[in-house]
Design a protein around this ligand. Structure first.
Ligand SMILES: [Fe+2]
Length: 377
């Protein structure tokens, strides 16, 4: 537990818990004046993935792809990111849209090259607590994330999409590990496509009408108290669609995370709390839609915050962990009621592919197989 926490100086002798964690308890929080204003909405250029060859022939000509799970995560081998052409970078973006996160090992990329590579994808974003204009240094977490929640309001070890509280949350993130312990400090990702598809049809319909309240307020207070770092911008709340449509794949993804979402704008408090409780269970139990990555020095992960959540796995490992992360601004999240889910698309494509054969069959039975979600074998 960090000795730096002001909250630790306000423990009740009776209970052993903080008397209150109101931000005014800490002068570091109360007195902080962020130097920058709240952001205005941006309108990013068309996503580079929309320019990609759907078959990704240029990328797959040089890279061997291995899917780590059915739902999420692909490793690309035999390729250096530093050598990719603009065409291959566009195809990589499309692969990231589809697979959620793409991994590399043994990369020779420098920070300067990483920044230039990411500028291909758009305008570089800047985390509220980020000092350098173009990248942020990511360390691990050795805090016991269960313990620290007694003293800080932000669940810092929990699932999130990077800065999902922004009006324009980042689309792509790329994290490259420069220092890493031999064991510990893994990162896990979970698919927003899968999290949507595994809800019941009734809950899918209900959640599609909701807006999730994504807030930086809890992180703002916690960053100041725990790390003493002054966020650059005042805290914000954004009401984003609880189900968003991906602008490139056109697929629906659940846009709720346990790290930044505090409720649902359309619901009453207790309704909202219970539903959020359910989503904490739903996200934390989705092992069939998640992937866990063991880092080495030179490993890289590139993910799409619009269709995956992630979290670092906290631990008590020895030695430094230091990664360089770059992000670019994404569009303001939107929901298109005419978009389809990943499972719906798979079923439609399968039916379309089978349709000519089915039409020729004398018995007239449809070639469409039963929904695999409702018929686990
Ligand atoms: Fe993150």
């Amino acid at each position: 537990m960090s000795a730096n926490l002001e909250a630790l100086k306000h423990i009740s002798e009776d209970s052993g818990f903080p008397i209150t964690i109101h931000p005014n308890f800490s002068p570091r929080i109360k007195d902080h004046v962020p130097p920058e204003p709240v952001r205005e909405q941006l309108f990013p250029d068309k996503d580079r993935a929309t320019f990609a060859d759907p078959e990704k022939k240029a990328l797959f000509a040089v890279a061997k792809a291995t899917d780590l799970t059915e739902s999420i995560g692909t490793v690309l081998e035999g390729v250096q990111l530093s050598q990719l052409t603009p065409q291959q970078l566009d195809e990589l973006a499309l692969l990231v849209n589809e697979r959620g996160v793409v991994f590399f090992r043994g990369q020779d990329l420098t920070t300067e090259q990483q920044v230039r590579l990411f500028e291909h994808y758009g305008t570089l974003d800047r985390h509220p607590a980020q000092k350098d204009v173009r990248h942020v240094v990511i360390h691990g977490s050795r805090e016991d994330h269960r313990e620290v929640l007694k003293y800080t309001p932000w669940p810092l070890g929990d699932w999130h999409a990077d800065t999902s509280f922004e009006i324009n949350p980042p689309s792509y993130s790329l994290l490259r590990m420069e220092e890493h312990p031999a064991v510990g400090g893994d990162t896990a990702w979970v698919s927003g496509y899968g999290l949507y598809d595994t809800l019941s049809a009734a809950l899918r319909r209900f959640v599609e009408g909701l807006h999730a309240v994504h807030t930086s307020r809890l992180q703002y207070d916690t960053i100041l108290d725990l790390w003493g770092v002054g966020p650059n911008r005042p805290p914000v709340d954004s009401h984003h669609p609880a189900v968003r449509t991906h602008p490139v794949t056109g697929l629906k993804a659940l846009n709720i995370n346990t790290g930044f979402v505090t409720g649902f704008a359309e619901l009453k408090k207790h309704e909202s709390d219970k539903l959020l409780d359910f989503f904490a269970y739903h996200i934390h139990s989705a092992d069939d839609h998640s992937v866990r990555w063991k880092w080495e020095v030179g490993s890289v992960a590139m993910w799409d915050n619009r269709c995956v959540l992630h979290r670092v796995i906290p631990g008590g490992y020895e030695g430094p962990r230091r990664g360089i992360r770059t992000t670019v601004f994404g569009e303001k999240p939107y929901y298109d009621p005419n978009s389809e889910s990943r499972a719906e698309r798979q079923r439609r494509l399968k039916a379309e592919a089978a349709a000519p054969a089915a039409n020729g069959e004398a018995n007239g039975h449809s070639a469409v197989k039963e929904d695999p979600i409702s018929a686990p074998a």
